[in-house]
Every structure is written in C-alpha cells, then in structure tokens.
Design a protein. Sequence first.
Length: 267
Amino acid sequence: GKGGTGAEEKGAKIYPVDIIKGYNGENVPAEVVETAKKLWEVFIKYDLELAEINPLVIDKNAKVWALDSKVILDDDADFRREIKFAERNLFGRPSTEAEIEARKIDEGDHRGTAGSVYWDLDGDIAVIAAGGGGSIVNMDALLAFGGKPANYTEHSGNPPREKLKRLTKIVLSKPNLKGCWFVGGTANFTDIYETLMGFVEGLREISPKPKFPIVIRRGGPKDKEAFEALKEIGKKEGFDFHIFGRETPMTKTAKTMVELAYGNISN
C-alpha cells in the first residue's frame, strides 16, 4: 500500500525479523533496502521499543526521504547507551524540575503511588487527584467549567502520608496559584485520613502560607475523621478549606473550585 493513516486496513504486510540473525533488507522494494537496514541498525543499537518512518518518500530521482519519524526508547536500557538523551514527555519537551521530582516520590517505596504521573500545565488551579478514570473525568469537568489547571497528577492505592506531603509541596510550589483542588471518588481501601493529613503536612511547609481556596472532595475509609480534623486545622491555622464528602458529585466540586478561584462566589 501507500502507507499513511489506516495502513492496517490497506493491505499492509508484516514480516517478522529474526532478532538473532538480524535484518538484511528482505521484503522491501530495492529503493528502500538501505534505509530499512539502517532503521534496523538504529533499532538494535539504541535499544528501541519502536522505530518508525512515516511518511517515507521516493522522489523523481529515486532518492529516498524520511519526512518524519518516531522512536521510543526502552528506559531499562538507559545505562548502556553512550548517548544520554534528554528526558522528554508527552508534550514533546524536556521534563520540568517538578515533573522529575514528582516521579522520584515512589522510588524505593511500593506502598501506593503518588506523583509517578505528573505533568506541569499553564494554568493557575493546582490539582491533586485520586487515580483511575475519575481523575480524567475531573480534569474534563474543571476545563468545562472554565478552570485552568496548573498541573495534572494523581495518587492511588494506599500511599503513606509522607508521599502525599512530598507531592503537595511539589504541586503547590508553583507561583501565582488561585486555588487547589484535592479531588477523588469514594475509595475502598485508601486511608483517607492518612492521605489528607499528608496533604496538610505539605501545606504547612509552603511559604508563604497559601491563602487561596482549597476545595477537597473525597470519600472512603476514615473520611469522617479526616474531615473533622480538616475543619479544626482550617480554623486554627487559617487555611480556606471547602470540604465535600461522598454525598457530593466530584464534578460538581469542579464548578465550586472555579467559582471560588476566580472570585464569582464566596462561602
């Protein structure tokens, strides 16, 4: 076929390659044999998971041009590559300092996850979401109500409070934030008290003290104890908490967050 999108439906053929014997240019037109062989050499030399050229063009002079390409590196082989490639993410740019630091939180500690998924964005509402599909639904809701997220991150499983503390400090290190949204569904196993107290410990170490509204929507084991503690901490320490439990839909609190952050309402 001619390649392009939908190649799978256009009669494209797949030819397996013996990784021990290597590739010698079989099963491709003569004009692209050398290109195919070089692509295979790059694939092996740099321990790639994917090496793709698309589109590949042959001009009127029979010269081959790779107009675009994509490679995916096998991260487990980083140690043996002579060339150290800059870390990149889904946005096609080097990772920010916050993104790199967030991914370190789970290193050496298997108890739940926090920060292994973290991306900096251009907005002004900090987001700490519980993992799973709900986190994506919540981001969609925030955007739909006109919110501008400053980041995307999540935690899941049953992470200890130290992990949430570290994640909170990273998330809230951004300047000029107008709000923070700590949001998640109703958990079955996550200790809500433990994670929210980790969040509070992180808040306490932010300087200057955050004065923006903090909307919390969570449910699960020990949520009542967590909410009572938050109310007391908010009064004593001057945090602007707005607390919602399992009786309030997650996406409804997206609207609350946007209105509070941008000054449309006050509670």
